[in-house]
Structures are given as C-alpha cells and as structure tokens.
Design a protein around this ligand. Structure first.
Ligand code: TA6
Length: 311
C-alpha cells in the first residue's frame, strides 16, 4: 500500500483574474477550491493513475469535514490525526492575461508534542517492507526542523520505501537519512548540491554522488528545460512538452504520484520517468489543483522521447 503523509495540508483556493491590481479591489472572474497539500495531491493523482493510497498526516479539527468529503468523493481512503485549529487555505492567483501564477501559502495550524507522538505510533504500526510512504510538503508550526529526518529514519528502519519531496531547508535535513527517492526542482537541488544550474552534466554528476551515498532515485524537475532522472544504472533527460498551461500548481506532486505508482507496479526506470513527465504535463492543462485526465496522461506518455545522459 502507498501512504501519503501530509503534515501541513491545505484548502487550495485558486482565483482567476485578468490582471491583479495591487492595492485595489479586484473582481474575480471565477474561483475553485480543492483539498490540497502536497501529499494529498499525490493521493489524488495516484487515483487517476489507477492506483490506491491512504492519505494521512495532520488535519485541522475545525474544518476537516469538507476536506474528508472531498477525498471521499474521489474514493481516497484517509487516516489523518485531528489537531487543534483549522487547516490553512492556500491562495493561488492566476492572472489570465499575462499567465502569471502567484501562490500565497499560509503557515497553518500548530501541532503539539502529543500530536507528533500519535504520528510516530501510527507509523510504527504501519511501516513494513511492503509499503511505500510519500512524505511531501511543508512542516507545520510546532514541528521541529528535524521531524522529517526522524520520520524517514523510522520508516527506513522498518524496511519501508520512502519518497521525500520538501523544499530546500526541510529537504536538506531529511536527505541526511537517505530516503529512497527525492524529487527536487532545480533550485532546491542546486541550493543543496551546488550543481551548476545550466550545466546538465554537472547536475548528473551531483545526482550520481547522492545516489552513491544511498538515495536510489532522483528526479530533478527543471520547468521549461525538462527534467532529469538519475538512478545507479540510468541517467536520462526528458524535454518539457509545451502545452497551454492552465495552472502549474501540483505539477511536482503529479511527478511524485507517478514515481510512487511506478514503484508500486515495478515499472522500468524509463516507463516510470515517462509517466512522471506525462502526469505533470497533463496536470498543468487542468484548472486549480484538479487531477490530470488519464487520457491526457496516456497521450503524452506515448509521445515522450527520453535521451540517455553520460554524467
Ligand atoms: O504543489 C501544490 C501544493 O501541493 C498545493 O496544494 C499547495 O497547497 C502547496 O503545494 C502546499 O505546499 P507547502 O510546501 O506549503 O506544503
């Protein structure tokens, strides 16, 4: 079973404007709300791929009903720990004229030591070598910066597979515990591994060094420059596919969902990489944080040409 751990979920409100007029009253053309947060999005996207997962982590007590109803309607099982307070609302402003996307991510509820103890107890009982755990997104207030490292250590000790996707500071701390898979964007990757942003061979060399130290798979997303996939036995690059972008929000989560699903299905490296790129491309065609359409994923999957790299 795949478990997605979202310690800081969010209600994603996407607001569409022709152009944001700062300091003025802006009238929105339309808006959407979705249950979000990185791990929750991974569960949503795994569902579209035909996989199953359990969405877990922390959820704010005061507004969890809407959140659970949304996931129930998508047929996604949940096993969250309820904590004091509300799940945050993250705002995505889409300026349709100039296609500018602005995210405002709030900090969210504050978790207690007791909440964290409950999380450890739950993971102790769930973790084994059959399970894949996706740890994704920001840490909530009240959590130590080393919490991800502690969770990864626990899961690896129990023989579970760990996919870890967090931003630079949390990623730098968590990676010390050698998760099996990481999916940084190029800025996160360079901030930690000092590769040169525009030099593909140096990115591959840096990724190979991380693979040597124990991580099994690194997928570096580079936006319009495509993405790089590195394991012990393969280094590949995929070009970005140009499409009419509706919303970039969740594209990284779509890649993570494809990696988790691909590992659970024992897919080959190249098929898993193609699925990740196809999933992310299909996602940006959708408004808000709506899941990609399966037929779009399949269409892109069949067109992607990977190129082997020498690093
Ligand atoms: O990648 C999109 C997303 O998962 C949105 O759901 C949005 O809520 C945000 O990322 C949350 O990320 P954060 O790093 O704040 O946990």
């Amino acid at each position: 079973m795949i478990y997605t751990i979202t310690l800081n979920p969010a209600i994603d409100m996407t607001i569409y404007l022709d152009k944001l007029q700062k300091g003025m009253v802006n009238r929105s053309n339309s808006w959407l709300t979705d249950a979000g947060g990185k791990g929750v999005n991974v569960s949503k996207f795994i569902k579209v791929l035909g996989g199953e997962s359990v969405a877990m982590g922390f959820i704010g007590n005061e507004n969890k009903d809407w959140f659970f109803e949304y996931l129930k309607n998508m047929g996604i099982a949940v096993d969250f720990i309820s904590v004091e307070g509300v799940t945050r609302t993250n705002i995505k402003i889409v300026e349709t004229t100039e296609k500018i996307y602005t995210d405002i991510n709030q900090s969210g509820f504050k978790v207690s030591d007791k909440d964290i103890d409950l999380l450890f107890e739950k993971l102790e009982s769930l973790a084994n070598s059959e399970n894949i755990f996706v740890i994704s997104g920001s840490l909530p207030s009240g959590a130590s910066e080393d919490l991800y490292g502690q969770l990864i250590r626990l899961l690896k000790r129990k023989g579970a597979t760990v996919i870890f996707d967090a931003d630079s500071k949390a990623l730098a701390r968590g990676i010390l515990e050698m998760p099996d898979v990481i999916k940084p964007n190029i800025y996160e990757f360079n901030s930690i591994f000092n590769a040169s942003e525009d030099d593909i061979p140096s990115i591959v060399r840096a990724a190979k060094r991380v693979i040597k130290s124990g991580v099994k798979l690194i997928l570096v997303s580079m936006g319009e420059r495509g993405s790089i996939f590195v394991t012990e036995n393969s280094s590949m690059i995929a070009p970005a596919i140009s499409v009419n972008v509706k919303s970039t929000t969740g594209a990284g989560d779509a890649m993570v969902a494809a990696l988790a699903f691909g590992l659970s299905q024992q897919m080959s490296d190249s098929d898993m990489f193609k699925l990740a790129v196809a999933c992310a491309t299909a996602k940006v065609l959708e408004e808000g944080v709506k899941p990609p359409k399966r037929e779009e994923i399949d269409k892109f999957f069949s067109t992607i040409k990977l190129e082997r790299l020498v690093g």
